[in-house]
Ligand binder design. Structure first.
Ligand SMILES: O=C(O)c1ccc[n+]([C@@H]2O[C@H](COP(=O)([O-])O)[C@@H](O)[C@H]2O)c1
Ligand SMILES: Cc1cc2nc[nH]c2cc1C
Length: 362
């Protein structure tokens, strides 16, 4: 029998990691991990979701003794043509100003990364206004911001390919340095509009329930944002059989780089830390390309941004934290890293009923 003909090259092939590069988890380890956790000196299940977290990390690392090594947060920054339609509470220049703030070490994500001992890298994925010359900035701009997707697709297929490959390349770089846990953050004025449209199209949901206040638009701003995004969706025919086309139409360069990075991280059996609404929309696009990426994800937190809760439901995700954050930057990922360390330490360091000679029944 002949093989089915695929209309599009494998999305993972774009990242030069091969068609079946994301391995299924080895579920044979599941029972051994469950048993090791259950023999620890505690009533059964009493460490609650830390137990499930340890199990998930063990499955991802294919180990009964997993460890969080060189946890790293990649913050991708880019600008969005859709801001010309008045969809954000802040001007576009804030994207480059915040990149400067990241490089100076003064943003929330810098503070949280320092306090949790997480490495931080900032990537220019396509910021429209000038950035400081700083050797710490990884410069891989796809272009000076996307086009306004009310009038044209946000990016070309060539630009999308470049963004996917660039995100994958940054992940490969950190994997080669020994990093096994990678978080994805973003900075981009206007990017909640991209994320909302991706969610609406990829989950087939009405746009109004996907749209939130982002950086804080008022009621009139929210009504305007909804109307702009409804018109933008109406302007572009559905491309349900081609998630890459949907991502090119509504995505941002930072969103596409995160999607490519997540696929590459899963292909390398790394733990993927998922941040808020925009990072989850990037994951949604990645999962539309290769569903197995979801097996490698740990969801850091539930954002206050309208739509995130529903998006998480669609991804069948139960995040670790619920702190009313709505900042982005990867702040939720940085805050979650200590929990990942605690979960792996529980598996590796905690005594069992046998080793500590503690009675395991009444
Ligand atoms: O991560 C989130 O859930 C989140 C929710 C709302 C806003 N943000 C951040 O706010 C910016 C986008 O907001 P906006 O209103 O300009 O679309 C962008 O820089 C994001 O990092 C992030
Ligand atoms: C100040 C500011 C900081 C941010 N960090 C991520 N998105 C942001 C948006 C604004 C406006």
């Amino acid at each position: 029998m002949s093989q089915p003909v695929h209309m599009h090259a494998s999305p993972v092939a774009h990242l030069s990691v091969g068609v079946n590069a994301i391995a299924p988890l080895d579920l044979r380890l599941h029972d051994a991990l469950r048993h090791a956790i259950d023999r620890k000196t505690k009533p059964l299940g009493s460490l609650g979701r830390i137990e499930g977290l340890a199990l998930r990390i063990g499955l991802i690392q294919r180990s009964l003794r997993p460890a969080i090594v060189r946890p790293t947060l990649l913050v991708f920054a880019a600008d969005h043509g859709i801001v010309a339609e008045g969809v954000s509470a802040f001007p576009q220049v804030v994207t480059s100003q915040m990149v400067a703030n990241f490089l100076a070490g003064g943003a929330a994500v810098n503070v949280f990364c320092r306090s949790a001992d997480v490495a931080l890298e900032v990537i220019d994925a396509g910021v429209a206004t000038p950035l400081p010359r700083d050797p710490a900035l990884v410069s891989m701009p796809v272009g000076p911001g996307t086009r306004d997707f009310l009038h044209a697709p946000a990016m070309s297929r060539e630009q999308l390919d470049l963004a996917l490959r660039s995100g994958a390349a940054r992940v490969a770089h950190h994997a080669e340095l020994g990093c096994n846990t990678i978080g994805f953050g973003e900075m981009g004025i206007g990017n909640t509009s991209s994320a909302a449209c991706l969610m609406s199209r990829l989950c087939d949901l009405p746009i109004d329930i996907c749209v939130g206040r982002g950086t804080g638009v008022d009621d009139a701003g929210l009504a305007r944002k909804r109307s702009v995004l409804a018109r933008a969706l109406a302007a572009h025919p559905r491309t349900d059989d081609d998630p890459l086309a949907t991502l090119a139409t509504f995505g941002g360069f930072e969103i596409a780089m995160i999607a490519g990075g997540m696929l590459a991280a899963a292909a390398r059996s790394m733990v993927i830390l998922v941040d808020g609404f925009i990072a989850s929309a990037a994951l949604l696009a990645a999962a539309a390309l290769e569903r197995r990426v979801l097996d490698y994800c740990v969801f850091a937190h539930t954002s206050r941004e309208t739509g995130h809760r529903l998006l998480l439901e669609r991804l069948e995700a139960t995040p670790l934290l619920d702190l009313d954050l709505r900042l982005g930057e990867g702040t939720g990922c940085a805050l979650a890293v200590p929990l990942l360390r605690a979960a792996t330490a529980m598996l590796c360091e905690m005594a069992s009923f046998e080793s500590a000679n503690v009675s395991d029944r009444g």
